[in-house]
Write a protein that binds this ligand. Sequence first.
Ligand code: NAD
Ligand code: IPM
Ligand code: MN
Length: 348
Amino acid sequence: PATVRLAVIPGDGIGQEVTPEALKVLEAVSVPVKFEQTHYELGAERYLATGEVLPDSVLAEIREHDAILLGAVGGKPNDPHLPPGILERGLLLRLRFELDHYVNLRPSRLFPGSVSPLAEPGEVDFVVVREGTEGPYTGNGGALRVGTPAEVATEVSVNTAFGVERVVRDAFARASKRPRKKLTLVHKTNVLVHAGSVWWRLFEAVGREFPDVETDYMHIDAAMIHMTVNPARFDVIVTDNLFGDIITDLAAAITGGIGLAASGNVNPDRTTPSMFEPVHGSAPDIAGQQKADPTAAILSTALLLEHLGYDGAAAAVEGAVLADLTERQGAGERLTSEVGDAIAARLS
Ligand code: NAD
Ligand code: IPM
Ligand code: MN
């Protein structure tokens, strides 16, 4: 069979616990291809021991793979040896930026069997297309007179016509392939007028190429009302990097929790390996205790399989997760590895 070169970066905290479960499932699922794995130990431990975050040579190696599976990145809060952002920016964002993962795909579905905190969530099945390479994430900013009463800090949002147009076009293309064919632009054009203007204009312009897609627009604040009161109204959402980050934690919370939310950092042009990871972080509060739900990591492998064109295998993984979710109600607390075992067992 053909081989897929898979770079595996378990990372920090529960990333080390959920990634082996995702790999178990990937090994159990029937797929006409052999996964050849390279494991990379990157994250807090390596940084604290060597000062290395993502050496150029390692990035060059990772680039030669067909796809990347990542666990989570980030150390314990307020660790004096690990300033905030070192790993988040230096490892995770560097991978997203260098590999040009301009579509950060974050689907939210309320699977039968998973429990929403909303009394009447309805049928929730939407996908957030979060821009992945620009916005306030670029590190464009600085600080003056740090630590003085006259300190000034800026964090400038970068929105290029090129960057906005390509992610908006991708979102339209995805919407046009879905049954409801609806796309919502979420932004804050009433206040962030410079960025808002380029998003709005390109949304309208690209929309003319997709007359079959029904569009609407919401300000980010109001979108959060709708997502809480009537999340079933959404089909595809396109938004910038920071809004997309925040929206997708709420989206996870209303569809069964952050332990179920999967994501793909996708380069639709396929010039680089795309990277699949749970939406959640390293969860220092529960790390090392086998308490983390590996379902988000497992569903991220379904996105990976789909991206590589193995739709049958992706559907099988989703089916196994769905069956597991339906049966977990009665079950007591299970360890991370027990959830992985149970889902893998349904596949083999
Ligand atoms: P987090 O997602 O790690 O945790 C938020 C809450 O959700 C915690 O209470 C945690 O216990 C819970 N949680 C998360 N994943 C879970 C799972 N699989 N099963 C059960 N409960 C789960 O977010 P945070 O606390 O804001 O961040 C912790 C660290 O992770 C920080 O260093 C942050 O920078 C980093 N982070 C990384 C990523 C990533 O790698 N993509 C994402 C978010 C945060
Ligand atoms: C996520 C995380 C990251 C983000 C951080 C850790 C850089 O919160 O993947 O959602 O903001 O994109
Ligand atoms: Mn986030």
